[in-house]
Design a protein around this ligand. Structure first.
Ligand code: SF4
Length: 310
């Protein structure tokens, strides 16, 4: 499918979704199987809902199998298919809610990327987060000041020690070293800054790294450098990362590459992939499907922005 066709399809999806929401707001209830969504027909390029459900169940089984192995025998990876992303931002919102992110902290971003030259231009959405590099520049930079601030776990997940990451020198070093602009410094602010009281959603505790964090009470991770950790706390409880379970478009996949039966192993065997800035030797754990020249063009466009540190 041509990218132009895909974008047109995404527009149809958004329009159809809007009709459904309006119907609900008017008290007519959600769109039925015969309602506006069905009338719009299947959206080209999008994973059918039933298929995504099957994929989620399969990935769930994959991680359960992986958790049955020693940590060093799991190789967690993420795969992204930019062609299916409609920029709904559900993954971004889910991530922020799951990890109780304050203003200025976004583990996952979905920038809009423009392709081509005027007047032959199009736009796509490009989900991205920490790449969990096998050779992480953030680790070298931060640990040179505070050993143990960053850890590369045997299963590949790169973790931050929030106590050590409270030191501004360490936090800034990690942020500056990351070639993927994946590190954020939590200034401890709340979304309702300047109003008399915070909202309940700002006062919830987080459970990153399997611990209880009272950010609203002034404790870590307020004041620390933060980034995506593949929802390690959820994984340890046998659950997929929040961004995966909320990705309705079937864009993002997660699993154990050291398991030949996993969905991610199957996808990587079947598709051409690219990794962002792989020429730096960072060995990222996030793969982007790139079966055609258009996808390669997309990724190169993204790298132009990443180089300038947007
Ligand atoms: Fe570190 Fe950035 Fe690589 Fe994540 S993407 S492991 S923060 S260097």
């Amino acid at each position: 499918m041509e990218r132009r066709e895909f974008l047109v399809g995404a527009g149809v999806a958004a329009a159809a979704g809007g009709v459904a929401v309006l119907a609900t707001a008017a008290g007519e209830g959600p769109a039925s199987a015969q309602g506006p969504l069905a009338a719009a027909g299947p959206v080209p390029g999008r994973t059918p809902q039933g298929q995504r459900g099957t994929e989620l169940l399969r990935m769930q089984e994959d991680i359960k199998r992986a958790l049955g192995k020693p940590e060093g025998q799991r190789r967690w990876v993420m795969i992204v298919n930019t062609k299916k992303c409609t920029g709904c931002m559900a993954c971004v919102v889910a991530c922020m809610a799951e990890n109780v992110a304050g203003p200025g902290v976004t583990y996952r971003t979905v920038p809009e990327v423009e392709l081509g030259d005027y007047p032959n231009v199009s736009r796509i959405f490009m989900p991205t987060n920490c790449q969990h590099c096998d050779n992480p520049p953030c680790l070298k930079a931060a640990n040179a000041i505070a050993p143990g601030a960053v850890t590369k776990r045997p299963d590949g997940i790169v973790t931050f020690d929030y106590a050590k990451m409270k030191d501004p020198r360490v936090a800034e070093a990690a942020k500056k070293a990351c070639p993927y602009t994946a590190v954020y410094i939590d200034q401890g602010k709340r979304w309702t800054e300047g109003t008399p009281a915070g909202q309940p959603y700002e006062k919830t505790v987080g459970f990153e790294y399997g611990e209880k964090w009272d950010r609203a009470g002034g404790g870590a991770p307020a004041g620390s450098a933060r980034k995506c950790h593949f929802c390690l706390h959820r994984l340890n409880a046998g659950m997929l990362p929040a961004c995966i379970t909320t990705c309705d478009g079937g864009v993002t996949y997660f699993g154990d590459l050291d398991d030949a039966k996993s969905l991610v192993s199957e996808l990587l065997a079947r598709h051409q992939t690219l990794r962002l800035r792989a020429q730096l030797g960072t060995e990222p754990r996030v793969y982007y499907l790139a079966d055609d020249a258009g996808a390669a063009e997309t990724l190169n466009t993204c790298l132009a922005c990443h180089r300038s540190g947007f």
